[in-house]
Ligand binder design. Structure first.
Ligand code: SF4
Length: 226
């Protein structure tokens, strides 16, 4: 039986993307295969993290009063780094499932896609996250979400260094799959680090190429909730 370490389980208000404002039950996984320079998510295991089997985590979830909970949010870290665990765990879950992912692990997503309803697919911009170009992997991943008819949006975390080439590559993926882009300025320590004059400018650079783009900061941080 597979088991994994879970950083934390909590209910809160979703502060990003399509499901913004809904109450979700968040499960934070402890692994991640990226090292984004803007990351301020505390996902690494610590003394309070707990090890669960698929069954024991499902039991824990059942102990919550879920009548006012819109959906479960699998977050991290990168939940798909635990795909084998998720495959067992999600079989026992009745609430709709939303996954927040770095949108590169297509083979892992295939394992669980039938048990997922919503996908927040984060395209990583080299100019902002500080790593290599993953656009090919993102394109493959997002195409699969679309083909499987998942409720998907594309999240893009950006700063002042975003390039025209990155914008074009993001827009190409969004257009090909007819999906919405949600732009999110880099936030650190609860503060947006992108100067405000750049925000409409970046939005406009996208909108010159594609109509279906919104800019939304991390609302949960403005609300001072998790
Ligand atoms: S993918 Fe997410 S959790 Fe992982 S390092 Fe990047 S921002 Fe942090």
């Amino acid at each position: 039986m597979t088991q994994t370490q879970i950083k934390e389980i909590f209910t809160s208000i979703q502060g990003e993307g399509h499901l913004i404002g809904y109450t979700q039950l968040f499960i934070r996984f402890c692994k991640c295969d990226f090292k984004c320079k803007y990351c301020d998510t505390d996902y690494k295991p610590d003394a309070t993290s707990e090890i669960y089997t698929a069954n024991s985590l499902a039991e824990r979830i059942k102990s919550y009063d879920t009548k006012n909970i819109h959906s479960i949010c699998l977050t991290g870290g990168e939940p798909l780094a635990d795909a084998a665990f998720l495959k067992e765990f999600l079989r026992n879950i009745t609430l709709p499932v939303h996954i927040e992912t770095n949108a590169t692990r297509t083979e892992d997503l295939k394992e669980i896609i039938n048990m997922v309803k919503y996908v927040s697919a984060n395209i990583k911009l080299p100019s902002a996250y500080g790593g290599k170009d993953c656009f090919k992997k993102h394109a493959e991943f997002i195409k699969m979400c679309k083909q499987a008819r998942k409720d998907t949006y594309i999240k893009i975390i950006f700063d002042e260094n975003i390039t025209d080439d990155e914008i074009k590559k993001c827009v190409d993926i969004a257009k090909e799959n007819d999906l919405e882009i949600v732009l999110q300025p880099v936030t650190k320590g609860g503060k947006i680090t992108v100067k405000s004059r750049y925000l409409p400018e970046v939005l406009e650079r996208f909108r010159q190429k594609y109509w279906h783009v919104r800019l939304i900061p991390q609302v949960h941080k403005m609300l001072s909730v998790r």
